[in-house]
Design a protein around this ligand. Structure first.
Ligand code: FES
Ligand SMILES: [Fe+2]
Length: 453
């Protein structure tokens, strides 16, 4: 690597992401050529944001009760009457398809004496009947039945609809918002996000896997471990031969941020030059005693072989469109964060993450990983959530493939981060200026939300 090829963009050694794109075998979409750096000064983040009950309660009031948040996939509730339960920070919702093209979300509580109406989702319901005394509502939220109606002369049935919250859809996801005065969803998400995903329509995917795990750390501690590649050198050293970790690019727009990490190029941290075969083996997590997944011929690069293989995997679902996809879109990692907790990956990596508090516990959270895959013909059934407890191994979810082992490495740290934060004498965590851009941007947005009375 000569000096001219060094990386001025992030000041790391190695090839910049933009330079790497120059060698793509296809035309690279314009959105991958864009950079939009977060310009605010370096960030110190108060430790209490992750540990304090008062801060958690403020988040509930000023963030969760006001912000647009992803509740489920549309195909999770494909038919009229299908419903799921979405819980956020101790507040529970029934999200139900009320008509073929209408979705509503209701507070999951009976208006009589408050019992939760549903403990779990279900299919083709015709009503929501409370198990305690039998009050019942139609799936559109209108009151259906009052047991011993003679004893409730004070109830005006027309005024006893289940209270509902706003809903919206984007990319095949259902979003809800508890704030009746919330800004319209399209304004919150903005046209830029839709523009960036136009080539990768998430609404034309099906949910092939959905794993949720309870973690012993604050929801932001969990989320922030998946918003940078800076930790790879220490946490996932097995990936370094095939991941340009510290050459990753980080950009922000409005309410979302994007990281791009190149695969099939070695880490600038390496003091040795891996062969293309070693790079490829690292990308597919080949262990010493596994047979090679592909033998990289002389003159071929691991990126080219990985892109070719990905095109063939996607061809049955996408047909000839795969020929238009750049190597980058087939090989690299584009990990978006839509404020506050929704992380769809771009291009044809299948990952979507969501992070949220576990009930009202400051010190526990739920991490979810979905795989959204393209398909041909009829949409295959949506995978139900596979729950893992705090002590379960991610490898208990074999549907995640080799990522399960990577997640084990990530989550090994997280409970210890939470404990460390509580014992820390220093009152702030200190963020890298560039590589922790997404975390800095998140806290900048969070500050704005929490400041609104
Ligand atoms: S609490 Fe629901 S019917 Fe009484
Ligand atoms: Fe990680």
């Amino acid at each position: 690597m000569n000096a001219a090829e060094s990386q001025p963009r992030t000041f790391a050694k190695g090839i910049s992401y933009q330079r790497l794109l120059d060698s793509d075998s296809r035309a690279v979409p314009e959105i991958l050529r864009r950079e939009n750096r977060f310009e605010l000064p370096p960030s110190e983040i108060a430790v209490e944001r992750y540990t304090s009950r008062a801060f958690f309660d403020l988040e509930v009031e000023r963030l969760w009760k006001r912000v647009w948040q992803m509740a489920c996939r549309e195909e999770d509730i494909a038919n009229v009457g299908d419903h799921i339960i979405y819980d956020i920070a101790g507040i529970s919702f029934i999200v139900v398809r009320t008509r073929p093209a209408e979705i509503k979300a209701f507070y999951n509580a009976c208006l009589h004496r408050g019992r939760m109406l549903r403990e779990a989702g279900g299919q083709r319901a015709s009503e929501f009947r409370c198990p305690f005394h039998g009050f019942a509502w139609n799936i559109d939220g209108s009151l259906k039945h009052i047991p011993c109606q003679w004893d409730f002369p004070h109830i005006k049935p027309a005024k006893w609809n289940l209270p509902e919250v706003k809903t919206a859809t984007w990319g095949g996801f259902v979003f809800i918002n508890m704030d009746a005065n919330a800004e319209p969803f399209d304004q919150f998400h903005g046209p830029e996000l839709t523009r960036q995903f136009a080539r990768w329509p998430l609404e034309r995917r099906f949910k092939q896997a959905h794993v949720a795990k309870i973690l012993r750390c604050n929801w932001k501690v969990a989320q922030e471990a998946f918003m940078e590649a800076f930790h790879v050198v220490a946490t996932h050293p097995q990936l370094l031969a095939g991941l340009g970790d510290s050459n990753s690019q980080y950009d922000v727009w409005g309410n979302f941020s994007r990281a791009i990490s190149a695969n099939g190029t070695p880490s600038p941290h390496l003091s040795w030059q891996p062969s293309e075969q070693e790079i490829f083996d690292s990308m597919v997590d080949r262990r010493l005693d596994d047979p090679p997944v592909a033998v990289i011929a002389d003159g071929m690069t691991a990126r080219q072989v990985a892109a070719h293989r990905a095109r063939e995997v996607l061809r049955p679902a996408l047909g000839g469109d795969v020929e238009q996809l750049s190597d980058a879109e087939l090989v690299d990692s584009f990990y978006y964060t839509v404020f506050p907790n929704f992380h769809p990956w771009g291009a044809y990596n299948r990952i979507v993450y969501r992070f949220r508090p576990y009930g009202t516990d400051v010190d526990q959270s739920i991490m979810e990983c979905m795989y959204l895959s393209p398909y041909a013909g009829d949409r295959p059934p949506s995978a139900p959530i596979h729950w893992l407890g705090p002590d379960d191994d991610w490898c208990d979810a074999p549907e995640l493939g080799f990522l399960a082992r990577v997640f084990n490495q990530d989550t090994f740290n997280l409970a210890k981060v939470q404990l460390g934060l509580k014992t820390m004498k220093k009152k702030t965590v200190t963020l890298a200026n560039y590589q922790e851009t997404k975390i800095r941007h998140f806290h900048h947005l969070l500050d704005n939300w929490l400041a609104r009375a």
